[in-house]
Design a protein around this ligand. Structure first.
Ligand code: HMG
Length: 386
C-alpha cells in the first residue's frame, strides 16, 4: 500500500513578541510561575495588519514556493479565530497565492482540534486519489481577556502542512484514537473576540481526552506504548503536555521522564498557544531538532476544547533530515519585534474583529498584510507591491 502522510510543514507567526518576564514584572508574579509552572517563555502578538489569513498565507507560500501547485486540488483551512462567519479564510489565501481555480476550499472548526480533522480529511482524499496533494492550513490568534489567569497563555501562529502520497517526512498510520465529550471548558460565543475558559476544568478535560484517545487507539489495534519513541502534543502551554503525559504513563504503568517531551516544546514556548497550529508547530520542532527519528514511530495528540481529542501515530521517513528546514523557524522567532506590556495591551484592546471600514497601518514584514475593511469586506494584499 502506498504510504500517505506529511510531505512538508511550514510555520509562520506574528510580527511582535511579548516576553513573559515583562508581563510577570507588571503583574507582580514570580517569573518562574510562567517559565516553570506553565512552561512558557513568551508569546507572539500579531501586528495590526496581521491575522489568521496573513499568517496562514505566509506559511502556505513557503509550501507552494518549495513544491509548486501541481496536484493541489484541495485547501483545508482550520481555525477557531475565523475572520468571517461565511467565507472560508482559505479563499483569501487562495487569492493571495494565485492558486488555480480548480481547487476546493473550505474552513473547519472544532477549537484547537480542527487542524487534525483537516489532516484526517486530507489523508482520505489522497488515499482515494494518490496523485492529488492537499494543502492544510491551521492558523489562530489565541486571545483571552487581560488580567485573567489565561493571559500568559495567549499566542499567534500558523502551520501549513502538505499531505501527499510517498511523503518526505512522516507516514501516518491508519489506526487513530478518538474521544469526544460535551464539556464547557473553553468556548468563544459569536459576540466575543476573546475566549471564555474554565481553566481548571480545561486541564482535566484535556487529560481525560488524552487517556480516552489512547484507550481508543488500543481498541483500534494501534501500537503498544513501548513501540512509540517520541510524542508531540497540542500545547496550550507546554506544562500541559507533561501533566497529561504523566497521567497516561500511570494509566499504562510505564515510566515517564518529563525531559522526553522537551524538544517538541522548543518553538511553542516562544509562540504561545496557537490553537489549531500548536501540534504542527510542536511536530516541526521535533523533526527539526531530533536527529534520531529515521524509521521511528511517533505519536501526535491533538485536543480541542469542547471537546475532541485525537491520537495519531506515524513512522518518520528515513532521510527526513534532508527535508527539514533547520534554522527557518528560529530565525522567524528571532525576527519578532518586542513589545512593552503597554504596547501589547493597546494592540489587544484594538484587536477585536470589525466590519466597520478601516485602513490598517503598515507594520508587518511578512509576505501578506491585512489592508483593512472596505465596503464591509476584508482586503488583503502582498506587503511589498512590485
Ligand atoms: P494559573 O492561575 O497559572 O494556575 O492558571 P496555577 O496557579 O495553578 O499555576 C500554574 C502552575 O504554576 C502550577 O503548577 C503552580 O504550582 C505553578 P501545577 O500544579 O499545575 O503543576 N507555580 C509555580 N511554579 C514555579 N514557581 C512559582 C510558581 N507559582 C505557581 N513561583 C491555567 C493556569 C491553565 C488555568 C490558566 O493558564 C488558563 O486558564 N489557561 C487557559 C486554558 C488552557 O490553556 N487550558 C489548557 C487545556 S484546554 C486546551 O488545551 C484547549 C485550548 O488550547 C483551546 C482550544 O482547544 O480551543 C485552550
Amino acid at each position: 500500500m502506498t504510504a500517505i502522510g506529511i510531505h512538508d510543514i511550514a510555520i509562520a507567526t506574528g510580527h511582535h513578541v511579548l516576553e513573559l518576564d515583562d508581563l510577570a514584572e507588571r503583574l507582580g508574579v514570580d517569573p518562574a510561575k510562567y517559565h516553570v509552572g506553565i512552561g512558557q517563555d513568551a508569546f507572539s502578538v500579531p501586528a495590526p495588519d496581521e491575522d489568521i489569513v496573513t499568517m496562514g498565507a505566509a506559511a502556505a507560500k513557503e509550501i507552494i514556493d518549495r513544491h509548486g501547485v501541481e496536484g493541489i486540488r484541495t485547501v483545508l483551512f482550520a481555525t477557531e479565530s475565523g475572520v468571517d462567519q461565511s467565507k472560508a479564510a482559505g479563499v483569501f489565501v487562495h487569492g493571495l497565492l494565485g492558486l488555480p481555480q480548480s481547487v476546493r476550499v473550505v474552513e473547519l472548526k472544532q477549537a484547537c482540534y480542527g487542524g487534525t480533522a483537516a489532516v484526517q480529511l486530507a489523508l482520505g482524499i489522497v488515499a482515494r486519489a494518490p496523485h492529488e496533494r492537499v494543502l492544510v492550513i491551521a492558523a489562530d490568534v489565541a486571545r483571552y481577556d487581560v488580567d485573567t489567569a489565561a493571559e500568559p497563555t495567549q499566542g499567534a501562529g500558523a502551520a501549513a502542512v502538505l499531505v501527499t502520497a510517498d511523503p518526505d517526512l512522516i507516514e501516518i498510520e491508519p489506526a487513530a484514537g478518538v474521544f469526544t465529550a460535551d464539556v464547557d471548558d473553553f468556548w468563544r460565543p459569536n459576540d466575543r473576540s476573546t475566549a471564555l475558559v474554565d481553566g481548571r476544568l480545561s486541564v482535566t478535560a484535556y487529560v481525560d481526552a488524552f487517556v480516552g484517545a489512547w484507550d481508543d487507539l488500543v481498541a483500534q489495534g494501534g501500537p503498544g506504548y513501548e513501540d512509540i519513541v517520541r510524542w508531540v502534543h497540542h500545547q496550550p502551554f507546554t506544562k500541559m503536555a507533561i501533566k497529561a503525559h504523566r497521567k497516561l504513563a500511570q494509566h499504562v504503568g510505564q515510566p515517564f521522564d518529563d525531559a522526553e517531551l522537551a524538544l517538541g516544546f522548543t518553538y511553542n514556548k516562544q509562540t504561545g498557544n496557537t490553537y489549531t497550529a500548536s501540534i504542527w508547530i510542536a511536530l516541526a520542532a521535533l523533526l527539526d531538532l531530533d536527529d534520531e527519528l529515521d524509521g521511528q514511530r511517533i505519536a501526535m495528540f491533538s485536543y480541542g476544547s469542547g471537546s475532541v481529542g485525537e491520537l495519531l501515530t506515524g513512522i518518520v521517513r528515513p532521510g527526513y533530515r534532508a527535508h527539514r528546514r533547520e534554522g527557518r523557524v528560529r530565525s522567524l522567532l528571532e525576527a519578532r519585534v518586542p513589545l512593552t506590556v503597554d504596547a501589547y495591551r493597546e494592540l489587544h484592546a484594538a484587536g477585536a474583529a470589525t466590519s466597520e471600514d478601516t485602513e490598517r497601518p503598515r507594520v508587518t514584514t511578512a509576505p501578506y498584510r491585512f489592508a483593512g475593511v472596505r465596503g464591509g469586506a476584508r482586503r488583503y494584499e502582498p506587503t511589498t507591491q512590485d
